[in-house]
Design a binder for this molecule. Structure first.
Ligand code: GDP
Length: 440
């Protein structure tokens, strides 16, 4: 008789050790983990700063930077070398040289950090939405040099801050960058601090959750090591890294039903179907059955990896690679949600959103973004204009919603998408963000 190749769909079911994952987690001596996004106006120095940070922490070595610097010199842009550190890491990743989601990861004595998006990405805003929906906090990079701060405030600084706040990020570390260009002027720092604090509070960040660090990303001052610039002697506060360590991760939804959005789908020599992502809620372990939405197909966890090492289990807040079995790969896509088959997430094609308007809103076509997922949809109706603070109805069925107002709007989608109350979504139109809010 014919010997059939064993397909992934009909492999024997993996065995579970039936661990009590939550008590395993409590007893584990794992380092604190925290994830963040880096936002700010173009050219504020985001890539340079992160490149320098990785260099000073020893995540990348000087040789790599020297090599990049030589290449940068060839095109007459020496300063690009540091920015390329991040690019190179994501390129390696694109080529599949290092197959893990944790390429942009670094550790300090106290905390293991994950950078949730590589700044400078072409499709930056959708990427940022995806990152911010999972971030514990954000670093906002501000260019302190003359004129640049002012134009940044009018530009992306404001949009990015609004976006990350709307995506549920509540702590923000403001890197007041390029202070070397203004002679480490304390006056300049204080002026920027005052203005940025003002608009961040207006955006809904609480004062206790806003921190400012004067620094130079290019030179590495106040990043990992305290500056030795005599002109900067007035600053005695924490470095950026110390400020990151002060950022308490947001509460993890450990005992809620499992939810994880798939960030990447790939194959490895060990497994024909692997996915990666951050667990948004609940926990999982080897052998578990999962439900993939919207396909509604079941899969099993053959094995899993965390921080490049095999593990038996993982919980909310952790980034994992899961090797799946017993499912046809066609049912698994980026942006899908894996969940507990006993408590699955529903697929909806209509929902109500309590939204902050970035632009004028009226019945119109929109792209709906939730994490990495985008779907075509439209604003079907505006149910009510709401009071920003109390959330009570100010006006029923307004014709339009003005920018900076809050409204309850009804959105329909062209197809069913896994969605549930409490999720944050962003509405975009013609490449611009028009609203962001919370699913009711
Ligand atoms: P991004 O678009 O925010 O990622 O910005 P880049 O990291 O590409 O930096 C933009 C420009 O600012 C580059 O020419 C950098 O060399 C320069 N730059 C970045 N950080 C500093 C800094 O701390 N001091 C000075 N003087 N220049 C900087």
């Amino acid at each position: 008789s014919e010997v059939k190749a064993l397909k992934i769909e009909d492999a024997p079911l993996p065995k579970s050790r039936n661990l009590n994952v939550l008590s395993e987690f409590e007893n584990s001596k794992k380092k604190k983990t925290a994830s963040f996004v880096v936002v700010g106006h173009v050219d504020a120095g985001k890539s340079t700063m992160m490149g320098r940070l990785l260099l000073d922490l020893g995540v990348v070595d000087q040789r790599t930077v020297d090599k990049l610097r030589q290449e940068a010199e060839k095109i007459g842009k020496t300063s690009f070398a540091l920015a390329w550190v991040l690019d190179q890491r994501s390129e390696e990743r694109a080529r599949g040289v290092t197959i893990d989601i944790a390429t942009n990861r670094f550790e300090t004595d106290k905390t293991a950090f994950t950078i949730l998006d590589a700044p400078g990405h072409r499709d930056f805003i959708p990427n940022m939405i995806a990152g911010a929906s999972q971030a514990d906090f954000a670093i906002l990079v501000i260019d302190a040099s003359t004129g640049a701060f002012e134009s940044g405030l009018k530009g992306q600084t404001r949009e990015h801050s609004l976006l990350i706040r709307s995506m549920g990020v509540s702590r923000i570390v403001v890197a007041v960058n390029k202070l070397d260009t203004v002679g480490w002027s304390q006056e300049r720092f204080e002026e920027i601090k005052h203005q940025v604090h003002g608009f961040l509070s207006g955006t809904g960040f609480q004062s206790k959750n806003i921190a400012f660090v004067p620094l130079s990303g290019l030179r590495g001052d106040n990043l990992v090591r305290k500056t030795t610039e005599p002109a900067a002697g007035w600053y005695t506060g924490p470095t950026l890294v110390e400020e990151l360590e002060n950022s308490e991760p947001s509460a993890r939804a450990l005992s809620k039903p499992l939810r994880m959005t798939i960030s990447e789908v790939f194959r490895t020599p060990q497994s024909p179907l692997s996915i990666s992502g951050r667990i948004d809620a609940g926990s999982l372990q080897m052998g578990d059955a999962l439900l993939v939405q919207p396909s509604g197909e079941k899969a099993y966890i053959k094995s899993l990896m965390m921080d490049e090492e095999p593990t038996d289990w993982a919980v909310a807040g952790q980034n994992v690679v899961i090797h799946l079995s017993n499912i046809d790969p066609m049912h698994v896509r980026v942006g899908d949600i894996i969940c507990d088959p006993a408590k699955p997430i529903q697929c909806l094609d209509t929902f109500t959103l309590k939204a902050l308007a970035f632009d004028f809103l009226m019945p119109m076509q929109v792209d709906v973004h939730r994490g990495r997922l985008h779907a075509a949809g439209k604003i079907e109706a505006i149910d009510a204009l709401l009071d920003k603070v109390t959330g009570s109805v100010i006006k029923k069925k307004p014709k339009v919603v003005k920018p900076a107002s809050v409204a309850r709007i009804r959105v329909t989608l062209a197809s069913k998408v896994p969605l549930e109350a409490g999720q944050r979504v962003v509405l975009r139109s013609g490449g611009e963000t028009v609203a962001a809010g919370l699913l009711e």
